[in-house]
Write a protein that binds this ligand. Structure first.
Ligand code: FPP
Ligand code: MG
Ligand code: MG
Length: 418
């Protein structure tokens, strides 16, 4: 790979694993169909940010050793070097076609990472890329990572099938990790991704329901402070429930994968449920919860910034269409919801949201309303809040270079430009 690192970048601690990530994944993708090989590997050929593998690898480093069982896992790991993760089941068995052109398993080189965790990093990226293949069909995206999208290059049918193929191979790799708690977590993520997309698809309906419903007096969300404004909102202003529903969608489509992969990483390091006595079990539970909270809040911040960049970036820097691309898809993200709340009733933002910006001149008008509002600044503040929560979560972990790198990764979310 050609991942750029400065000496203090969060990637430098796990550089060998990030560098071999692409090869490790590609080694799991060989099929007997050249067209399937080409499209399944297509997004891995372009330069990705590899945020999910980075979270998994650094979280593994930061939490390994917390559980007393880690030493035994590490010894076992040294002996097998991941052979059982990579071996063909049997020369004649039904799974020996898993990969006819399999290469050697890329065992971890960096300090304090297990083969299973190294493989979990691959799996998290495979699930992410599978979701992108489907997403680019749903969004009719022309560009991804600075090049024609997979559906643009190969057609919708092959793009959908390639996503399914990636999920199939990721599932085989997941099963081979031999940990049912981890299988359950990642399987749940697949459902979460779909739920998030459906929620987004039906946001129009959700906004109608929310408008019909009386404003909820008891708001459970800890981010509600970011929603309330003075003076009072216009009559047709979006409800707090709509805002909550947007944040829930954001968790499902982006943060769930980061949160549950991070939790799975520490479970593979020995922090899974067992019967090691009350004190140890409590410590492990705290570690699992910290990993989850870190991934969840980082993920929400990450998507909030993505939704901001959709208004700010030019295609050239971002590698995908922007300058209101979400508006053109009919999707109202945080900057729009904030702008709608602030806009005078005459601006008719609510009507535009409900018709998914499909009216004549809706998109430029909504863009101007967002620009004239505090929408982007308020979105940035909310993202900052979630980064702070991610940083708080790290306090449970022992001090280490990996923990510092996770903190730096979280802070970097706010300043990213692509
Ligand atoms: C990108 O969002 C898309 C996602 C984060 C999730 C997409 C999930 C699905 C399509 C459900 C199917 C899931 C699987 C596992 C096959 P975006 O469109 O806002 O971002 P973009 O600008 O990068 O396209
Ligand atoms: Mg998209
Ligand atoms: Mg999408």
């Amino acid at each position: 790979g050609t991942t750029l690192v400065s000496p203090r970048s969060p990637t430098s601690l796990v550089l060998p694993e990030l560098t071999s990530l692409r090869g490790s994944i590609t080694s799991m993708l060989g099929s007997s169909h050249p067209a399937l090989d080409r499209i399944a590997g297509y997004y891995f050929a372009a330069e990705g940010k590899h945020v999910r593998p980075l979270i998994v690898l650094l979280m593994a480093q930061a939490a390994n050793g917390v559980a007393p069982g880690y030493e035994r896992l590490r010894e076992e790991d040294r002996k097998t070097q991941g052979a059982e993760l990579d071996a063909e089941i049997s020369p004649t068995g039904i799974l020996n076609d898993v990969n006819p052109r399999r290469t050697v398993f890329a065992a971890p080189e960096s300090e304090n990472i297990l083969c299973t965790q190294r493989r979990l990093a691959d799996i998290s990226e495979m699930i992410h890329v599978a979701s992108l293949l489907h997403d680019d069909v749903l969004d009719e995206a022309a560009l991804r990572r600075g090049a024609p999208s997979a559906p643009a290059a190969f057609g919708n049918k092959l793009a959908v099938l390639a996503g399914d193929f990636l999920l199939g191979r990721a599932s085989v790799a997941l099963a081979r990790l031999g940990n049912l708690e981890v299988v359950e977590l990642l399987a749940t993520v697949l459902a979460n991704l779909v739920e998030g997309e459906v929620l987004q698809l039906q946001a129009q309906q959700a906004s109608e329901d929310a408008l019909a419903a009386a404003p909820s007096p008891s708001v459970s969300l800890d981010t509600s402070a970011f929603w309330r404004v003075t003076p009072a909102c216009p009559e047709d202003a979006p409800s707090e429930q709509l805002f909550e529903s947007y944040l829930h969608k954001t968790y499902l489509k982006t943060a769930a994968l980061m949160a549950k992969s991070a939790r799975a990483a520490v479970i593979l390091g020995g922090c899974g449920k067992a019967d090691e006595g009350e004190v140890v079990e409590r410590r492990k539970e705290q570690t699992r919860d910290a990993a989850y909270a870190f991934g969840r809040n980082l993920g929400i911040a990450f998507q909030l910034v993505d939704d901001m960049l959709d208004f700010r970036s030019t295609s050239a820097a971002f590698g995908k269409p922007s300058g209101g691309a979400d508006l053109r898809l009919g999707i109202a993200t945080a900057p729009v919801l904030f702008a709608w709340q602030e806009a005078p009733a005459e601006a008719r933002m609510g009507e535009m949201v409900r018709r998914k910006f499909g009216g004549e001149g809706d998109v430029p008008k909504a863009l101007a309303l967002v620009e004239a509002s505090q929408g982007l600044q308020r979105t940035a503040k909310l993202a900052q809040h979630h980064v702070d929560l991610a940083l708080d979560a790290l306090a449970v972990l022992p001090h280490s270079e990996a923990r510092d790198a996770l903190a730096q990764l979280a802070r970097g979310v706010l300043t990213r430009s692509k």
